[in-house]
Design a protein around this ligand. Structure first.
Ligand code: NAD
Length: 487
């Protein structure tokens, strides 16, 4: 069987590049090349802009309710093809089928559905100014760019295209070069649902293609999901043409477990927030601060459940709940952090090694790892690892733990476990993070705006406010009286 080669998706169909350049995509669980993808060369880049211009002209003049109907058809197709799309995500990312089957496609479809519903309800203002008045229109921005990370490829493509398209923009989306297929399937679905050609284009490649998007003067906004360091480059590059930016970046989020908390629930949150998607989630609570009075109970249960309940193996096996990391390189990076944790004096409670499960012996697995005896200055406590590595720390004073939790340049997420309702709100209000949970961790419904404080991001995704970020306000003053002129 020949290995498939996917082209860029431009103007409602696949378009062959001229350079002939391709890149390979591997299944992280097997180390096998599963398909090739053509790089978006200058010919494709030019075609993408022309296509988006035409798409924008057609789409932006449709009424919001017409756009909404079409987007809802795409939502139905996404849900109909859940299993097919979920399988693509498993093969591209290495995450377990168990997760992809009920999370990745559904949370993507939910967001498109949410914005499809919201768009027709977006209204301008009108106000009298004496006998004159003004009114405002919410107009789309034009051509927007989306640049995605590899951990939730289809979901990220949906979270960016949902509000962008609902508001009447055209989008050029570049998925991560590690996971390029989901976005292509989304493009096919949009076309099938009736989204006009050119409204959603997919360009493929790595940093150079991303850089082109951030530099292009034809693009009005870039919405980026990825690392803090890359985000800074994107903002700097976008400044050249004063693009609007949304930045969804990394985190090193704290979870505070007080001594009145339901400890089993707190352990569930800590495990979900470190081991779900084998630890490759931006909001993960990788710094767990546990009150000294419940520390022993917490780590005893954590160790038992981590060692007994986590099943690593072939991600397509529905019994497996822990998959492979995205690449060999990333596996090595995560292992280097683990080695640093050991050399800086942290104690391994469990894990700490690469795995080679019998059902997926060549996959890039790292065992679910918990470090105890951690201190705030250790590298594993300060830097985002983006793998299944949890650091547990202790505290006994509320103000002190808040100060320690906030002592970072990142501010994506935070969580608190306590049964004291006043403390829960008092503490969470003081934590410097954009996405917070009380007695819960990780849920991110379409209705809830998400994004980072400090260097974890700029702007928000999801929630009502995001639609505003994909529109610009035009104010129109209407003279009802004669102009008074001194000239
Ligand atoms: P990355 O920054 O390496 O890459 C992200 C995307 O940027 C890729 O598509 C890549 O090709 C592109 N890119 C690389 N260099 C570029 C450049 N100079 N200009 C423009 N584009 C460029 O990130 P990653 O490794 O794919 O993803 C992991 C990171 O993403 C983690 O830090 C994680 O926390 C973050 N993340 C954040 C969120 C969020 O919503 N806050 C969600 C998922 C992932």
């Amino acid at each position: 069987m020949t290995t498939p080669v996917y082209q860029n998706y431009i103007n409602g169909h696949f378009l062959k590049n001229q350079s002939g350049e391709t890149f390979a995509v591997k299944n992280p669980a097997t180390d096998d090349v599963i398909y090739y993808v053509e790089v978006a060369d200058a010919f494709i880049q030019n075609a993408a802009i022309q296509s988006a211009k035409q798409g924008f002209a057609a789409w932006s003049t449709m009424s919001p309710i017409e756009r909404s109907r079409i987007l809802l058809k795409a939502v139905a197709l996404l849900r109909e093809r859940n299993d097919l799309l979920a399988k693509i995500e498993v093969l591209d990312t290495g995450k377990p089928w168990q997760e992809a089957e009920c999370v990745d496609v559904q949370t993507g479809a939910d967001v498109i559905e949410y914005f499809a519903g919201l768009a027709p309800a977006q209204v301008g203002q009108q106000q009298m100014v004496g006998e004159d008045f003004y009114y405002t229109r919410k107009e789309p921005l034009g051509i927007c760019a989306g640049i995605g990370a590899w951990n939730y490829p289809l979901q990220i493509a949906c979270w960016k295209s949902g509000p962008a398209l609902a508001a009447g923009n055209a989008l050029i989306f570049k998925p991560s070069e590690e996971t390029p297929l989901g976005a292509i399937k989304l493009a096919e679905i949009f076309t099938e649902a009736g989204v006009p050609a050119g409204v959603f284009n997919v360009v493929q490649g790595a940093a150079e293609v991303g850089q082109w998007l951030t530099q292009s003067a034809d693009i009005e906004k870039v919405s980026f999901t990825g690392e803090v360091g890359t985000g800074k480059k994107v903002v700097a590059s976008a400044a050249g043409s004063l693009k609007d930016v949304t930045m969804e970046l990394g985190g090193k989020s704290p979870l505070l477990v007080f001594d009145d908390a339901d400890i089993s629930q707190a352990v569930s949150a800590a495990m979900l927030g470190n081991f779900y998607t084998q630890g490759e989630i931006c909001t993960n609570c990788t710094r767990i601060y546990v009150h000294k009075n419940v520390y022993q109970q917490f780590i005893d249960e954590l160790k038992t459940r981590t060692e007994e309940n986590i099943i690593a193996g072939d991600p397509l096996d529905p019994n497996v709940n822990f998959g492979a990391l995205i690449s060999k390189k990333h596996q090595q990076l995560v292992m280097s952090y683990i080695e640093k944790g050991i050399s800086e004096g942290a104690t391994l409670l469990t894990g700490g090694k690469a795995l080679s499960p019998a059902s997926a012996p060549n996959g890039y697995f790292v065992a679910p790892t918990v470090f105890i005896d951690c201190t705030d200055d250790m590298t594993i406590v300060k830097e985002e690892i983006f793998g299944p590595v949890m650091s547990v720390l202790t505290f006994d004073d509320e103000d002190d733990v808040i100060h320690r939790a906030n002592d970072t340049h990142l501010g994506l997420a935070a969580g608190v476990f306590t049964k004291d309702i006043k403390r829960a709100h008092r503490v969470i209000h003081q934590l410097q993070a954009g996405i917070c949970w009380i007695n819960s961790y990780g849920n991110s419904p379409a209705e809830m705006p998400v994004g980072g404080y400090k260097q974890s991001g700029i702007g928000r995704e999801n929630g009502i406010e995001t639609l505003d970020h994909y529109t610009q306000t035009k104010s129109i003053y209407v003279g009802m009286t004669n102009i008074e002129s001194p000239f």
